[in-house]
Every structure is written in C-alpha cells, then in structure tokens.
Ligand binder design. Structure first.
Ligand code: SAH
Ligand code: SF4
Ligand code: F3S
Length: 447
C-alpha cells in the first residue's frame, strides 16, 4: 500500500513522522510522492495552540470526505492532539481508522495492518507511567537528522499543554542514542540535533549511563555534557546541535562542554517567553529576567561567536502595556539573532486556562507586529556585524529561490547563500566570506 504522512508541530513530530515512515517502509509499504495517490494517510498533529489543532482537524475532515469517493482509503491520526483527545476524536471524526498517542508510535505498523485487515476506529493511547516505545528507525535523506534523547516534560509552565500530551520526562539510555547516531552516519548523516523539551534535563530523572561505561575523558559529571562529549567522538559526525534549552540547564559544565567540544555548534534556542518578572512568575517559568540575562552573559563571555534564538508569547493573561514594554526592553538587551513570537492561546486543562484571557485579539496582533518589527532591525544589525567574517558552512545544496546559488547553515544556524564551486557536494563543510546581510540571511563567497 502507498502511505503518506502529514506533519504539524515541532521537531519532535518531524522526528516521529520520520520514524513511522521508516517503519512502514521496512514493513513493505511505499511512501507516496503525492497525497492523491496515497491509500493510507496519517496526520501527525500538534496541540500547542488552538490554531494548530484547527489545522489538523480541518485536514482530517477533508481527508475523511474523500473517503466518500474512495471508500478503500484509510485515514489515521497520531501525535499530540491524538493524545489529548483520546476517544473523543471519534465524535468529531467518526470515519477515522485509528488514533495513536505520542508514546506508542512504535505500534503504528501493527495498527496499519489491522486497519488493512478490516478493523476501524482503533485507539492506542499512551499511559504516562508506562515506559514509552522509542522507535530508532530513520528515513532521512540528506546529511542532518533529529535524534530524540529526552521525551516528555516535567516543567509545567502555566500556559503549556506539552506535559499533558507528551507525558513526564524519560531519558533514553546513552548507549542506545550513540548506537542510533552511529547507524545514521552509515547513511550519510553528518549533523545531529538532539531533541528534548528541556534537553539539558537529560539524565536528571532516570539514569542513562551504567557503571560499565568508561568515565568521561573530559571529566564531565553531568549526563547531558557527557552525552555531548560521547557524540563528538563519533568520527563522521561534524556538527552537533540540541534544542530546546532552559536557563537552568546552562550550568558551568554545560558551557564548558559547548565551548571545548569543537563539533558542538555555538547556538542555543533559549526561550524567554516574557521580559516581565511578574508575567514570568505567573507563567511558572522558574527564572527571572535577571537570571535569564545572566545566563546569556555567561554564554557570550565563554563564546564570543555565540548565537541566540528565542520564543516569546505576547498577550499572556494579565499582560499589561508595561509588561509588554519590559519584553521589548529585554529583547533589546538580549540581542536575539532570531525569535518566534506567539500570540497566547488558551489550552484546556492548563493552569493558565483558569486565568482571564483578557488581552484582546487585536492587541495580541499589535504586540506581535511590534516585536516582529523590532526583531527585523535587530537581525539586520546582528547579521551586518558578520560582514567580512569567514563562516564555516555545512552545505545544504541549491537555494530554494535561485538554483544557481547554493545555501547552507553557519554554526549559529543562520542561512548563508553563496556561489558553489565545481564538485561541491551537500553535507560537506566550506568556508565562506560574508559580503552582504539581510535580517534572516547572509550572502557570501567561498574562500
Ligand atoms: N519546551 C520548549 C517549548 C516547546 S513549545 C521550551 O520550553 O523552550 C514551543 C513554544 O510554543 C513555547 O516556547 C512557547 O513560546 C509557545 N507556546 C506554548 N504554549 C503556548 C500557548 N498556550 N500559547 C501560545 N504559545 C505557546
Ligand atoms: Fe511547555 Fe514549559 Fe515544558 Fe517547554 S518547558 S514544553 S514551555 S511546559
Ligand atoms: Fe506541538 Fe506536540 Fe511539539 S504539542 S509543539 S507537536 S510536542
């Protein structure tokens, strides 16, 4: 049968979809190029904001409609919305063939078979206390791969649905991760991004190294730094990234690991969410504005070329003009290389859902626009400062806009566009001198 995955949400979902595609291919099915020719469509959903759920719900509705003309076609749901809604999804989408929770991805090949054998409306929802199945199959083409190292989240920020839909933290054994990455290198992977919601909490809740593992050559005692060091010993791996981070994870040892292991990129995605201490407290983020700024000061002191991206929520319940201005001033102080700005969206069952969502839609939109304009100016300034510098680029291939130019990424995760030279192949490192800058892109020449 021909299958197709439709993925919404974050890198975790991208990674899960990739694993599912690999498992289905191994089971003898074929990934279809177009949706039209697919016999089996699986929607991988996100619940983080209402809009994300609306998109997946709309897609499912449309797909199930096509079942009228194509009754043999199968439609299924996986991911965070599947986990959140449980069997209620069948009330909204009665023709759904199966729905599977976030920690049961590994069962999908069997569920697909059961549906092909005639069953429908199957539900397989993860129980948070059960050990999750973590598929290690990959389907990646290209040279970069995501590897989930920490599942779930224990933080419970007031606005966030992720702990409900992804369950409590579970760290995968280090050996399993290293085996997975080594296997990936045999398929040409040269860059890995280690994934977790608070990725530096790796190994805090369950042990990941056993007593037979040799001690860390660099003297690292924290599980996450030790893992970075171990991944760096895999010869084919050229670059290591990780996301998402939290200021509490920026320990002295982690900063040392980032700074001394040459393969670890000097980039962090460190979500701040707000610049107002009052709002940060209501959000239950577990740090103050000062602590956040202190963490980035330490990172920049150790790594002058350090690049910083972030997430910000505008219009959290009770956010006043004064609070918003504090976020603007924090942005000015922090000098982000880039950031995602989100309009607050109430998520059912979260602590913030009990608060009054009192910032109007228009005002959220206005605050969103103001921050985007600020960011553009900041991004331009930060990128202009790189003009004349020589950046090491991991080559992606032809640029999307103009195939005569090629693109790749700097260690800071910025896109750089340049003229290729003969014989250049994706997945290799080249040195590029930056000659021009736009807020989101650098332009240069190979040196
Ligand atoms: N674990 C990551 C965040 C994962 S969710 C971290 O803490 O950095 C990605 C982003 O979505 C969050 O950083 C936040 O900015 C945004 N987000 C989460 N819940 C939201 C909500 N209810 N409304 C708007 N944005 C939200
Ligand atoms: Fe959500 Fe906070 Fe966990 Fe990130 S750290 S996933 S924002 S609860
Ligand atoms: Fe969305 Fe789930 Fe990721 S809610 S942001 S897909 S963890």
């Amino acid at each position: 049968m021909k299958f197709r995955l439709h993925t919404y949400g974050c890198q975790m979902n991208v990674r899960d979809s990739d694993a599912v595609a690999a498992m289905l291919t191994a089971a003898g099915h074929q990934q279809s190029v177009t949706e039209d020719e697919a016999d089996f469509i699986i929607v991988n959903s996100c619940s983080v904001r209402e809009k994300a759920e609306d998109k997946a719900m709309g897609k499912l509705g449309l797909l199930c409609k096509t079942k009228r003309e194509r009754p043999e076609r199968k439609v299924a749901l996986m991911g965070c919305m599947a986990q959140r809604m449980g069997k209620d999804i069948f009330k909204k989408i009665p023709l759904l063939d199966f729905t599977v929770g976030t920690r049961r991805c590994g069962t999908i090949p069997q569920l697909v078979q059961r549906v092909l054998d005639g069953e429908t409306n199957i539900i397989e929802i993860s129980k948070s206390e059960a050990t999750p199945d973590v598929p290690d199959s990959h389907n990646e083409t290209g040279y970069a791969a995501f590897v989930t190292i920490l599942l779930g989240c224990n933080r419970r920020c007031a606005y966030c649905i992720v702990p409900d839909v992804r369950g409590p933290e579970f760290s995968r054994p280090a050996k399993e991760i290293l085996t997975e990455i080594t296997a990936l290198t045999k398929h040409g992977i040269r860059e890995v991004t280690l994934l977790g919601q608070s990725v530096m909490n790796y190994g805090l809740m369950n042990s990941v190294w056993d007593e037979h593992d040799s001690p860390s050559p660099g003297g690292y005692t924290e599980a996450f730094s030790r893992l970075l060091e171990a991944v760096a010993t895999i010869p084919e791996i050229q670059r290591i990234r990780f996301t998402s981070s939290h200021p509490s994870g920026c320990t002295e040892e982690m900063v040392r690991a980032m700074n001394t292991l040459p393969k670890v990129c000097h980039h962090l995605h460190l979500a701040v969410q707000s610049g107002s201490n009052r709002i940060l407290k209501l959000m239950r983020r577990g740090y103050t504005r000062e602590e956040y700024l202190d963490a980035i000061t330490r990172l920049r002191a150790a790594m002058p070329d350090f690049s910083l991206t972030s997430d910000i929520i505008v219009g959290f319940p009770g956010e006043t003009e004064q609070d918003f201005e504090e976020t603007r001033s924090l942005m000015e102080q922090a000098q982000f290389d880039n950031a995602f700005i989100f309009k607050y969206s109430t998520r059912p069952g979260t602590p913030a859902a009990e608060m009054n969502d009192d910032v109007s839609k228009d005002e959220k939109m206005r605050r969103n626009q103001v921050l985007l304009a600020d960011l553009d100016i900041q991004g331009q300034k930060k990128n202009e400062a790189l003009i004349g510098s020589i950046q090491e680029i991991l080559v992606d291939g032809p640029s999307l806009r103009n195939a005569e130019r090629w693109a790749g990424r700097t260690p800071g995760n910025k896109i750089a566009v340049f003229t290729p030279r003969e014989g250049l192949t994706p997945g290799t490192l080249v040195k590029v001198r930056i000659i021009k800058a736009a807020p989101q892109t650098l332009y240069g020449e190979i040196v």
